[in-house]
Design a protein around this ligand. Structure first.
Ligand code: CO
Length: 134
């Protein structure tokens, strides 16, 4: 069902402050910033091998990422697994009794379709399913 780790999401207070470390110190390929209005975040993607680091900066105090930072500080926010067919993956998880935050896919960055599994069903780790766009 899962094909690879697509990305690891990291909550940051400021993309401008965080990007130079990943792009310049670690040498990751930076592919630009995108705003995902639905989740009230600005997202920067940095490539490392087949996977990415997704830096998440809240654009509002109401953003779930803002609440995460308030509670836990900046740091690892979620892990995202790539799936070939997100509807099939959601249906399987629901059939297996997993609790989903998203029972229907929603729009992620870069044309992806995403759905989050509730951390109560994944040992406290916020887990995203991600189907590549196009
Ligand atoms: Co993500």
């Amino acid at each position: 069902m899962l094909t690879k780790i697509n990305h690891i999401g990291i909550a940051v207070k400021s993309l401008n402050d965080a990007i130079p470390f990943y792009r310049d110190c670690l040498g990751m390929a930076f592919s630009g910033i995108e705003e995902v209005a639905e989740q009230k975040v600005r997202v920067a993607m940095l490539q490392v091998g087949e996977s990415m680091i997704e830096l998440l900066e809240p654009t509002s105090d109401e953003s779930p990422v803002a609440r995460f930072i308030e509670k836990n500080g900046a740091g690892i926010h979620h892990i995202a697994y790539e799936v070939a067919d997100i509807e099939v993956a959601i249906a399987k998880l629901l059939a297996d009794g997993a609790r989903m935050i998203d029972e229907k896919p929603r729009h992620g960055a870069h044309g992806t379709r995403i759905a989050f599994i509730h951390p109560k069903s994944s040992g406290g780790v916020l887990t995203e399913l991600c189907q590549a766009g196009h």
